[in-house]
Design a protein around this ligand. Structure first.
Ligand SMILES: Nc1nc2c(c(=O)[nH]1)N[C@H]1C(S)=C(S)[C@@H](COP(=O)(O)O)O[C@H]1N2
Ligand SMILES: [Mo]
Length: 327
């Protein structure tokens, strides 16, 4: 994400040429080959691929649930992104405001981990993440992710419909929104020691969006449990909305009748709004949203309305007037 605090040496994502991205990747892979990038890992793993090395860092208690059956209703928008790109090029400001946070993120303790349902619910509850995951109907969905910075990827998430979690949480009938909150742990997340950010990271959806068939909570990626860098143990996936809505490493779902103000809105409301639906015709105030760079390739392709999910969106936004739906 780009915020106005940017200094001259920080450039919009667009100005990074495919060649620079390629060189970046090549240097990264050279580093892996030389053992320097994953120097903190046990020697036995130095010969392993990066995904194997990252996965082996932590033995996930839900490993037996993977891989889950693929739901073929959601067709891939494009070729799958190669795992190395999706697992090592991330946005996770808790661990730094750059893309190479995957190693730093491994410091996040993934267990014990609990998830709380509160606000306008029948009864406030806190549930252990493994008990929660085991209650939910896991499946795999190939979804696109379009970052507001104009890069995108297509990845197989494992997870379950957000609707199933809403049903478990039992919100009161007056609840209109659900706010999702990321963990808060400045001891391991160096970004959270930067006090100008409104931590913890939060995002929000209307109840209609949260119970829409596309709204998904991911627990895994590429047929394995998520790594911390991609938002383990639980992250939102709303493929028709910009990536910044898809909050990572969630600990709390708060049901409310007031529209929540998200992390990025608090920082810069003019640029990052509540709805944040993808639309190639509505530019970011500082750059075009017409096209996107395909992560892990040299390609630049046209961006699609609702990121290609228009047929599923239907009349979800019918009747909403006077709102900036696409920012
Ligand atoms: N907690 C938290 N969630 C977050 C972010 C973040 O900085 N912190 N970045 C968002 C942005 S801008 C994007 S594009 C996606 C990136 O997800 P990925 O790293 O799994 O590709 O995560 C989103 N979720
Ligand atoms: Mo993003």
């Amino acid at each position: 994400m780009l915020i106005k605090r940017n200094r001259g040496w920080e450039r919009p994502e667009q100005s990074v040429t495919p060649e620079q991205v390629f060189n970046d990747r090549r240097n990264l892979m050279k580093g892996v080959a030389a053992g320097s990038i994953i120097a903190g890992l046990p020697p036995a793993l130095l010969g392993a691929t990066m995904e194997e090395a990252l996965a082996a860092e932590f033995k996930d208690p839900t490993l037996d649930l993977y891989p889950a059956k693929r739901n073929l209703r959601y067709k891939p928008l494009r070729k799958l992104t190669d795992p190395k790109s999706a697992l090592t090029y991330n946005n996770f400001y808790e661990f730094g405001s750059h893309k190479r946070i995957y190693r730093a993120a491994q410091r996040l303790p993934l267990r014990p981990w609990t998830v709380t349902f509160d606000g306008m619910v029948e009864k406030k509850t806190t549930i252990d993440i493994d008990a929660l995951i085991r209650k939910m109907p896991l499946e795999e969905r190939i979804y696109g992710l379009r970052c507001v910075e104009a890069w995108s990827m297509v990845v197989p998430w494992t997870g379950f419909p957000l609707k199933a979690l809403v049903e478990l949480a039992k919100p009161l009938s007056g609840a209109k929104y659900v706010q999702m909150q990321t963990f808060m742990n400045p001891k391991v997340a160096s970004g959270q020691r930067q006090s100008w950010f409104p931590w913890p990271y939060t995002e929000g959806l209307t109840m209609a969006e949260a119970t829409h068939e596309l709204a998904f909570l991911a627990t895994g990626i590429y047929g394995k449990p998520l790594g911390a860098q991609n938002g383990a143990p639980l992250r939102l996936s709303t493929p028709w909305k910009f990536g910044f809505k898809q909050a990572k490493s969630l600990v709390r779902f708060t049901f409310t009748d007031k529209r929540p103000v998200s992390f990025w809105q608090k920082l810069q409301a003019r640029e990052y709004g509540f709805w944040a639906n993808v639309n190639p015709k509505v530019d970011h105030p500082r750059w075009s949203q017409a096209r996107e760079r395909v992560l892990g390739t040299d390609e630049v392709v046209p961006t699609q309305l609702f990121n290609g999910y228009k047929e599923f969106i239907g009349d979800l936004y019918a009747g909403i007037k006077g709102e900036q739906l696409y920012r």
